[in-house]
Design a protein around this ligand. Sequence first.
Ligand SMILES: Nc1ncnc2c1ncn2[C@@H]1O[C@H](COP(=O)(O)OP(=O)(O)O)[C@@H](O)[C@H]1O
Ligand SMILES: [Mg+2]
Length: 354
Amino acid sequence: MGKKKKCIGLIFGGCSNEHDVSISSAKTVFQAFNSKINKQRFKVKAFYINKYGDWLDSDISEQILINEIENNTTKTQGVFNQEKINFLDGIEFQNVDIWFPLLHGFNGEDGSIHGLLKFTRKPLVGCGIIGSALGMDKILMKTIFSNLKLPQVNYLVFQNEDLNDQEVKKKLTREIIKKLNFPVFVKPSNSGSSLGISKVINESEISQALEKAWGIDSRIVVEEGLEVREIECGIIGNSQLLTSEIGEVKYESVWYDYNSKYNLNNKITIPAEIDSKITKQIKEIAIQSCRTLNIFGFARVDFFLEKSSNKIFLNEINTIPGFTKKSMFPMLWKASGLNIEQLVAKLVDISLDL
Ligand SMILES: Nc1ncnc2c1ncn2[C@@H]1O[C@H](COP(=O)(O)OP(=O)(O)O)[C@@H](O)[C@H]1O
Ligand SMILES: [Mg+2]
C-alpha cells in the first residue's frame, strides 16, 4: 500500500505591497506540487490572504491559483471579515502536514506568519521567526553584517525622525551630503521588490526620496550607490546549507527597480561569468551571512560586484525569494541540477529534516 500523501499548506497573497508577486510565485509552486511525479507524494491545500489581511477558504484560494477567479476582487473580500477576532474561524487547517508560506514582504516574510504557524506545531518550509525578521529588516541585517565585517557599501541609518518637520529633512540631507557620495539609494528598512526605493543623483532629489521611503517605513537606510553587476546565489538546507550556482541579472533600466524586476526581457546568466575565486568567496559569504542571521530552509543572497574594482558587496538576503518560473531562485537551482518539481519536493524534505 502506498504511503499517505503529505498535505502541503500553501499560504499566499498577503497584506503586503508584494501581494501580486506572491500570487505568481504560488501559482508556480502549486503547479510543481501537482506535477505527475509530485502528485504521488503530495497534495496541496491553498490558503489565500487578500490585501486586507482576510484569510479565504481553500476552495476560493485554489480557484485563484488556477485562474478561475480573479484575486482580491470584491467577490473575495470580506468572506472572513477583519472585525472577527477569531480570524481563522472557518479556515480548515487541521489536515495540513507541512506549511509552505509564500508571502513576500511585510505581514509574512518578516516572521509574522512563521510566528503564527508555530502554534500549529507543524513544520514549515523556510526559516523561523528570527531569521525571517532579520532578513526583512535592512537596518538590523546591515548592523549584524557590519559586526561581522562582511563587505557592504557605505550607509547611513535614520530612525525616530519626524520627516514632517522641514528642519529634520534639512538636517538629514546635510548628513547625507557630508557622509556619502552621490548617487545614493534611499530605502525603507522594511519593503521589497524595490518598492519605496529611489536612486538620488543630487541634493535636490533627497527630500522627495526620503518622503517616498518614509511613506512605507519610518526607518530608512541611505546607501552610497556604486556601478555594479547584480549577482545572486541560492541556498537551501538545514543543519547543512548548500549553495546553488551563482547567477547574474542584467536589465534594461538604470537600476533594478520594480518594473525591471518583473520584465521578461531581463537577461539572466547562470553561472555568472565571474572569476572562480570570486564565485567561491560569494558562496562562502552567502553561507556565513545566512548562518549568522539564523536563516535556513531556503533563501536567495544578493550581492553587488563593483564594475570598476571587481569588489564584492553583500546586499541582502531574501528569505522568501520570488518563485515564478522566470524568477532567479528556481532558475539557479535548475542550473544546479534541481528542476522546479524536484526543488519544491526537496524543500519539503528539508523542512522535515529528511
Ligand atoms: N548601493 C547600491 N548601489 C547600486 N545599486 C543599488 C544600491 N542599492 C540598491 N541598488 C539597486 O536597487 C535595487 C533594489 O535594492 P535592494 O536593496 O536590493 O532592495 P529590495 O529589497 O527592494 O530588493 C538593487 O537590486 C540595485 O539595482
Ligand atoms: Mg533586492
